[in-house]
Design a protein. Structure first.
Length: 238
């Protein structure tokens, strides 16, 4: 049993050229939690996830994962340590099949028998993908592509999943399906940091949440408290 959070961000600052995208971000995620980051367009949600998965380097601050300082690690090292990033806009390889996309998600793994077993497991979790295993990813519906993006991220066997806007541009029935998959995932022990514009849905399934405004965290707390907070209601649940 570990007595420190699986993820802890301390005093994080990120710049893009002259623009300060994140300022003094402090947040933590406990093992087994679903934590959501909510905020308007451009608030810095995606940037926070990109700093954790090391797609970008912070100007200042520390990112601790399972007690290790990962602030200056390379992206593939972070994947190896157990963090997977499912990016916004799904980004599946359109001209590759569903199966090839899943294999790509397992690129850091060497035991091919285990990889095959895990592909079977993903097909059980996502039956729509099983039926379409030889279909080109670019011909999948938006919801199916989102499922593929999540399944691909899971192929690295993450302990911490960074999930960026899984509901973006999807019909309400598909969004419900995706959110029920997120709940199943948490039941299997995956810790999830969820970025969502749909604050209402995100706070319904999360344990805790952080509100980002113009690169700063302005509110945080139990999801059950945030969902009834007048400021959150006014700005994000309207
Ligand atoms: P959205 O929901 O629209 O993706 P977000 O909260 O995820 O919003 P970010 O994408 O993290 O916000 O962007 C935070 C700020 O950083 C914005 O002002 C954005 O314009 C800026 N930004 C993001 N990526 C870059 C980049 N590659 N170069 C320059 N500025 C960037």
């Amino acid at each position: 049993q570990q007595d420190f959070p699986i993820l802890e961000i301390k005093d994080l600052y990120v710049n893009y050229g002259g623009i300060e995208a994140l300022q003094k971000i402090n947040l933590f995620v406990n093992n087994g939690e679903v934590v959501t980051l909510i905020g308007a367009n451009g608030a810095g949600k995606t940037t926070t996830l990109r700093a954790i998965s090391k797609i970008i380097n912070p100007r200042h601050g520390t990112i601790m994962y399972s007690g290790r300082n990962i602030t200056r690690r390379q992206p593939h090292e972070v994947v190896q340590l157990g963090i997977a990033h499912c990016p916004e806009g799904r980004r599946v390889l359109a001209r590759q099949t569903v199966l090839d996309n899943l294999l790509l998600g397992a690129y850091i793994r060497s035991n091919q028998t285990e990889v095959r077993n895990d592909i079977q497991y993903q097909f059980e979790m996502f039956p729509r993908l099983a039926q379409r295993r030889h279909q080109l990813a670019g011909t999948l519906s938006g919801g199916e592509q989102q499922m593929l993006a999540i399944a691909r991220a899971l192929m690295s066997k993450p302990k911490l999943l960074l999930l960026d806007e899984p509901s973006l541009g999807l019909a309400p029935t598909i969004v419900r399906e995706i959110f029920s998959i997120i709940q199943n995932l948490r039941a299997t022990g995956v810790t999830i940091l969820l970025v969502e514009q749909n604050a209402n849905l995100a706070l319904q399934i999360a344990d805790r949440g952080y509100v980002l405004e113009a690169g700063c965290i302005t509110l945080s707390g139990a999801a059950s408290q945030l969902i009834t907070d007048e400021r959150v209601k006014k700005a994000y649940l309207g």
